[in-house]
Design a protein around this ligand. Structure first.
Ligand SMILES: [Zn+2]
Length: 133
């Protein structure tokens, strides 16, 4: 017998995490859902579930969600599946406060899609390579 679900029973915590995530994800596009699936529905910056507040001090208030470009658009980053991550708005604000808005993350090549390369700190479309023709 299943019994009634309670958010206060530890065994049901995973169920309620999933449920909160499903409610949140209903408002997203398919693309945004694919972006969130990359991190199993967790914030790319703090790794806590995206459906829960980033800052424990915010307790029951929803902190807000952002779809974040790891390589910023000003450096040539595109809104591709590779370059986008879901974050708490609060975590994204902390990130920008620390690194500014024109920050290339560590090992940026992992955020590139095929055909892109980094030249002088900016993402550019790679020259067509002989292997593709
Ligand atoms: Zn976060």
């Amino acid at each position: 017998m299943q019994g009634r679900r309670s958010p206060y029973r530890p065994t049901d915590a995973a169920y309620f995490e999933r449920r909160r995530h499903q409610l949140l994800a209903k408002r997203w596009t398919v693309f945004q859902q694919r972006v969130a699936a990359k991190t199993q529905g967790r914030c790319a910056l703090c790794t806590r579930p995206i459906a829960e507040p980033a800052n424990p001090g915010q307790s029951n208030r929803e902190s807000g969600i952002r779809f974040h470009l790891m390589i910023p658009a000003t450096l040539g980053g595109q809104a591709t599946l590779a370059n986008m991550f879901v974050t708490h708005r609060w975590c994204q604000q902390q990130y920008h406060r620390r690194y500014g808005h024109h920050h290339m993350p560590g090992d940026p090549a992992r955020f590139l899609t095929s055909g892109e390369t980094i030249l002088d700190g900016h993402v550019v479309r790679a020259e067509s390579s002989p292997t593709h023709h």
